[in-house]
Design a protein around this ligand. Structure first.
Ligand SMILES: C[S@@+](CC[C@H](N)C(=O)[O-])C[C@H]1O[C@@H](n2cnc3c(N)ncnc32)[C@H](O)[C@@H]1O
Length: 391
């Protein structure tokens, strides 16, 4: 197994990645020598026994593999709390349902703001599939803000009925399993996963399965020009099921979906010929998703046009779409102040805010799509610049 010089796994970690690889290899062998990349991603990230999000290694933060926006400062929490407070003021029956809460930092900061503004939701539910993450969240709340624990309800499964909810998913869609495909000058092929003679995992090319074939046909029809090979990319086929699941527990909901990504025409731009699939290990990015299965994060950008179409098929409306920067500016950012008393920490927080807002790539790389089920709001409630026309 290749071992980049920056990474020295412990014996336990080596054991874990070996178990994860073996689990995947066995399934490949049982199924005639290959598996779709979506199945590989599901096992490598989300398998309860060997998946990345279920291990006891640090995932998010300085000691982990990557940092999310809520870990760097509470300005996203402030702006999301601002948007939620407005909805709760209109209807105090709202619950908040956060999907995939990671370390729990976003929940913690949002609840603190909502408490201070006396706009707590009926319930703050966290739907988190990883038991490890659920206990990390609880530990963070116990050590930093025990007073908020009674407000939070953890849900390994989706709740049965919330009636009226605000659903929040920050950097969760980018971890959903995707199919990978390649275009060469004359044909479209599915990039699957196989094992090599020496037992390693590697890519192999196959005729696309029928579900991918149908999806690619409609993708190609929607692009301004056909994709010319050599070109490879990825496509998420589970968006509709995921939206149905997240919105299924409520009669009415507003969803804030925040992630890195693009509208379809940029996602599948001819120049993005290597796709967006990448892995993170100790803050180093790699294009090889097979390096350390179960120990490294695997992620892709989100195709927001496809997300909007999936919402439409579920009778969910796109209420607004735009950059994170423009979402935050429409939701109180100019009133945000660093919360710490230490001047150096305040200066660092302000610097991070500038990174997100002042013409840097970061605030534009992250998008916020607001969806509404049985909920109708004007786009300017959620963004300074609505970009739905680009979807
Ligand atoms: C990249 S982390 C983002 C964490 C957090 N939202 C943040 O911004 O810091 C992804 C989180 O989503 C969880 N997750 C991934 N897929 C999920 C799903 N389908 N349902 C619920 N949680 C999921 C993971 O366990 C992890 O906690």
């Amino acid at each position: 197994m290749p071992r980049p010089p920056f990474y020295n796994p412990t014996a336990d970690q080596l054991q874990r990645t070996a178990s994860c690889s073996e689990r995947i290899r066995q399934e490949i062998l049982r199924h005639g020598g290959s598996m779709g990349f979506d199945r590989y991603m599901q096992l490598a990230l989300h398998d309860p026994a060997v998946g990345y999000y279920h291990g006891d290694h640090a995932v998010i933060g300085k000691e982990g593999d990557f940092v999310t926006v809520p870990e760097t400062s509470d300005h996203l929490a402030y702006c999301l709390a601002h948007a939620c407070a407005g909805l709760i003021r209109d209807n105090p029956g709202h619950s908040i349902l956060e999907i995939g809460a990671g370390t729990g930092q976003l929940a913690l900061d949002m609840i603190r703001y909502l408490l201070a503004w006396e706009q707590l939701p009926r319930k703050y539910c966290i739907h988190e599939t990883s038991e490890t993450m659920r206990s990390a969240q609880r530990m963070r709340f116990e050590s930093q803000a025990p007073e908020i624990i009674p407000v939070v309800e953890w849900l390994p499964e989706m709740p049965a009925e919330l009636d009226c909810a605000i659903v929040i998913a920050n950097e969760v869609l980018d971890a959903l399993p995707v199919k990978c495909f390649a275009v060469d000058p004359c044909q479209l092929q599915e990039r699957c996963v196989t094992t090599t003679g020496d037992g390693k995992l590697d890519w192999c090319l196959q005729a696309p399965c029928s579900e991918l074939d149908t999806a690619l046909e409609s993708l190609m029809a929607s692009l301004p020009e056909p994709l010319a090979g050599p070109y490879c990319s990825e496509i998420c086929l589970v968006l509709e099921n995921v939206l149905a699941n997240w919105s299924g527990c409520c009669r009415q909901c507003v969803m804030f979906l925040i992630d890195y990504g693009y509208p379809c025409s940029e996602y599948y731009h001819p120049q993005r010929s290597m796709g967006t699939l990448r892995s993170y290990l100790k803050h180093q990015v790699s294009s090889n998703p097979f390096d350390f299965p179960g120990l490294q994060d695997i992620t892709v950008d989100v195709d927001f046009s496809s997300l909007a179409r999936a919402a439409g098929r579920q009778a969910i409306q796109v209420l607004s779409f735009g950059s994170l920067r423009n979402f935050m500016l429409a939701n109180g950012l100019l009133d945000w102040r660093p919360s710490g008393k230490d001047p150096a920490a305040c200066a660092a927080e302000t610097a991070r805010l500038k990174q997100l807002t002042l013409g840097s790539a970061l605030g534009e790389r992250f998008q916020v799509m607001v969806l509404g089920k049985e909920a109708d709001y004007e786009a300017d409630r959620f963004t300074m610049r609505d970009m739905r026309a680009r979807l």
